[in-house]
Design a protein around this ligand. Structure first.
Ligand SMILES: Cc1cc2nc3c(=O)[nH]c(=O)nc-3n(C[C@H](O)[C@H](O)[C@H](O)COP(=O)(O)OP(=O)(O)OC[C@H]3O[C@@H](n4cnc5c(N)ncnc54)[C@H](O)[C@@H]3O)c2cc1C
Length: 465
């Protein structure tokens, strides 16, 4: 009889808990070590809470456009408006996150995995040490997976106090809606949360060090979002790098590198993340890391140390919960001898939860413009889509990228309300190398937003190349 393999997983976020499920299904004896709660930052402070906050904000925003669909509110004064009750909103979000964490723990433990509350570190080859309230325990592991995630980066001259100067992990303790929120950083987290608080009724200033918001995203999509932000009253300061944030008697003062200042009631720092990889024995175990502290992994999540794998944000591969989970699954499949196809980042569907949302998959227009891939492309504004007209959707587009010759779809962008729900057919096409003809000959509902996807594919068929 073969000996049961032992697996130790440090970190119970998507990278950790998904790998635990795979390892348990493969018959291994699995321990997950988590120093906060199962679900990780994804569930407790980052992904789940922010999307729940945005759900409330989007709901409120719909009231503002009700008039354009002919809806009025009877029996109230002229200035009737929806109002955000932040205590209730935050209570709901935190309860939802706790419930999700609880469900994950129950699911993981239900497969026989041991969940250990404490801080884990690699103490020797094949050994993981857990420090908890109950003392110190050493666990032997044939396979170790590091999935310790990241924490918010702060700036030396802008230290969060959890009250007025905040990281995104501290906003759910606020008892009152900020009067004027200054968001420093216009990447995905900054843009999403600036949009969320604007929708809740705050005055928002977005401080962006670059030429435009969302610098890493499709330029056309980012332009749509920036225009929408401004139209709705957000102050967007481009080419403005924040140097410091300090408290004043009334609120906060943010000083920019060029000497300008911005006054507000609160400031939210969204200036990136730091991997939590230092001081947990990785250097001594021979795990190669980058200067930034990210763990170097290959496409099946192996590190440079034998028997040690890593998954999720701590690898710096692509900071998404879905990617963390996939890296964790691949690691365990590889380590425990199951069939495994290496990680394919071209198939990752990603979404930015602004309004409209930006969803992307596969190659981007920047890849084409910068010569990394040859493609023909079509951009179809949603303003011509009948369903969009009915729903009073004014902003957005569908963009498809196609490989010349084979006419296979290699990438796409959707900018639309709930684009996260519309990108999947394009993801399916990219992953399975479907041609524009296969997509355009597939029925879409009339009228529907997906009609723009089949229409874009039709246009690409008739594009001579
Ligand atoms: C505001 C925000 C919104 C986001 N929204 C989305 C989204 O909508 N969709 C999406 O796909 N991604 C989103 N992300 C990204 C997503 O949250 C991350 O990609 C995901 O959390 C990565 O999972 P992980 O398992 O690597 O790490 P984490 O979720 O960070 O989990 C790591 C866990 O390890 C624990 N840990 C760390 N060190 C130790 C130790 N030594 N011992 C024991 N435990 C330890 C930590 O406490 C933590 O619980 C968002 C991120 C942010 C910041």
């Amino acid at each position: 009889m073969t000996r049961q393999r032992t697996v130790a997983i440090i970190g119970g976020g998507p990278g950790g808990y998904e790998s635990a499920l795979v390892a348990a299904a493969a018959g291994a004896s699995v321990t997950v070590i988590e120093n906060e709660a199962m679900g990780g930052a994804a569930v407790l402070t980052d992904c789940v809470p922010s999307k729940a906050l945005i759900a409330t904000s989007d709901f409120m925003s719909r009231f503002a456009s009700a008039g354009r669909l002919g809806v009025g509110f009877e029996g109230a004064g002229e200035d009737q408006h929806a109002e955000a009750h932040l205590i209730q909103i935050n209570e709901r979000i935190l309860a939802l996150a706790q419930a999700q964490s609880h469900d994950i723990r129950a699911q993981v433990e239900g497969t026989g995995v041991r969940v250990c509350r404490g801080a884990g570190r690699v103490s020797a080859p094949g050994k993981v040490t857990v420090e908890s309230e109950d003392g110190v325990e050493e666990i032997s592991a044939d396979v170790t997976l590091i999935a310790v995630g990241t924490r918010p980066r702060t700036m030396p001259a802008a230290q969060p106090d959890g009250d007025r100067i905040l990281t995104w992990q501290q906003i759910y303790d606020l008892k009152e809606l900020p009067e004027h929120l200054i968001v420093v950083g216009s990447g995905v987290t900054g843009a999403e949360l600036a949009h969320a608080y604007l929708g809740l009724g705050c005055a928002v200033t977005l401080v962006s060090s670059r030429d435009r918001v969302l610098p890493g995203e499709d330029a056309d999509a980012a332009l749509v979002i920036e225009n929408v932000f401004r139209r709705r009253g957000m102050q967007v300061l481009n080419r403005s790098r924040a140097k410091s944030a300090e408290r004043t008697d009334e609120g906060v003062l943010v000083t920019l590198e060029d000497g300008r200042t911005v006054e507000g009631s609160h400031v939210l720092l969204a200036v990136g993340s730091i991997p939590q990889t230092r001081g947990i024995g990785l250097e001594d175990a021979g795990v190669e890391m980058t200067e930034s502290g990210h763990i170097v992994v290959d496409r099946v999540s192996r590190t440079s140390a034998s028997g040690v794998y890593a998954a999720g944000d701590c690898t710096g591969v692509l900071p998404l919960a879905s990617v963390a989970a996939m890296q964790g699954r691949l690691a365990m499949a590889h380590a425990l001898g199951d069939a495994v196809a290496p990680l394919n980042l071209r198939g990752v569907c990603a979404n930015i939860f602004t309004d409209p949302e930006i969803a992307t998959v596969g190659y981007s227009q920047a890849d084409v413009d910068e010569g990394r891939v040859e493609a023909k492309l079509v951009t179809l504004p949603l303003s011509t889509n009948p369903r969009a007209k009915m729903r009073n959707i004014r902003d957005g587009f569908v963009k498809l990228l196609v490989r010349p010759g084979s006419n296979t779809i290699i990438g796409g962008v959707v900018v639309a309300p709930q684009a996260s729900e519309l990108i999947f057919p394009i993801g399916l096409a990219v992953q399975n190398r479907l041609t524009v003809d296969q997509v355009s000959s597939t029925f879409s509902v009339y009228p529907s937003m997906t009609g723009s996807i089949t229409e874009a594919a039709r246009r690409l068929h008739s594009l001579d190349y």
